[in-house]
Design a protein around this ligand. Structure first.
Ligand SMILES: Cc1cc2nc3c(=O)[nH]c(=O)nc-3n(C[C@H](O)[C@H](O)[C@H](O)COP(=O)(O)O)c2cc1C
Length: 191
C-alpha cells in the first residue's frame, strides 16, 4: 500500500536573477521527474515566494512553502554558483523552515557559467542541508557552461546530461522511499 502512494518531490529553483539559466535546468528536472511513475512534482520558484527581508529564519515562514516542505518526501535543489558559493536567496528560503525537512532526502543540481558545474556551491551547501535535518545523496548533477547547454527555446542541446540525471533521480527516489519508510515505521529511541 505504502509503495503505491506517490512520492512528492518538488524542485526548488534557487535564484531570482533576471535571465537566470537555472530556469531551463529546473524545468528539465521537473520534466524528468514528471515522466516517472509514482512521483508527483512541481516547480517551487524562490522568485515567486515574496520572502520578507526584514527578518530571517522561521519568523518569515511562508505557509505555502511550509506545507510543501511538510508534504515533501525529497527535494531537488537547483543551485547556481555565485562567487564560489550558493545563492543567498536559496539559503534565505531554506532557512524559513526546519522541522519540515527532518529525515527527508535532498539532491543538488549545480549550475554555473564556468567549467566546474557549480561544484563549489554544492560543497558549500552540503553542511547547511545537514543542519536542516535533510539527508543528502551521493550523486549530484552538474551543468557547466550552462549558457551553451540549452537553446533559445530552453530545449536541451547536450543530451549527455540525461543519463546523469537518471542516475541522480534513481538514487534520490531510493533514499526518499527508504526515509519515508523510516519516518513512518521506525521509532526514534527516546532518552
Ligand atoms: C553574483 C554572481 C556570482 C557568480 N559567481 C560565479 C562563480 O563563482 N563561478 C561560476 O562559474 N559562475 C558564476 N556566476 C555565473 C553563474 O554561475 C551563471 O549566471 C549561471 O548561469 C548560473 O546562474 P543563473 O541561474 O543566475 O544564470 C556568478 C553569477 C552571479 C550573478
Amino acid at each position: 500500500m505504502d509503495a503505491a502512494r506517490p512520492l512528492y518531490v518538488p524542485v526548488i529553483l534557487g535564484t531570482a536573477r533576471r535571465g537566470r539559466m537555472s530556469l531551463p535546468v529546473a524545468n528539465l528536472l521537473v520534466a524528468e521527474l514528471s515522466r516517472r511513475a509514482g512521483i508527483v512534482t512541481e516547480l517551487i520558484d524562490v522568485a515567486c515566494m515574496s520572502l520578507r527581508v526584514d527578518d530571517a529564519g522561521e519568523a518569515i515562514k511562508d505557509p505555502t512553502f511550509s506545507s510543501q516542505m511538510n508534504r515533501a518526501d525529497a527535494l531537488v535543489l537547483v543551485s547556481p554558483e555565485y562567487n564560489h558559493g550558493y545563492s543567498g536567496l536559496l539559503k534565505h528560503a531554506l532557512d524559513s523552515c526546519l522541522k519540515e525537512y527532518i529525515h527527508k532526502a535532498v539532491g543538488i543540481v549545480g549550475v554555473s557559467a564556468g567549467p566546474f558545474g557549480g561544484t563549489r556551491g554544492i560543497e558549500a551547501l552540503l553542511p547547511v542541508l545537514r543542519e536542516l535535518g535533510l539527508v543528502t545523496i551521493f550523486w549530484d548533477v552538474n551543468f557547466s557552461a550552462v549558457h551553451r547547454v540549452f537553446d533559445e527555446a530552453g530545449a536541451l542541446r547536450d543530451q549527455a546530461h540525461l543519463p546523469r540525471i537518471d542516475k541522480f533521480l534513481k538514487e534520490l527516489v531510493w533514499m526518499a522511499r527508504t526515509l519515508r519508510h523510516g519516518r513512518e515505521h521506525v521509532a526514534l529511541e527516546q532518552e
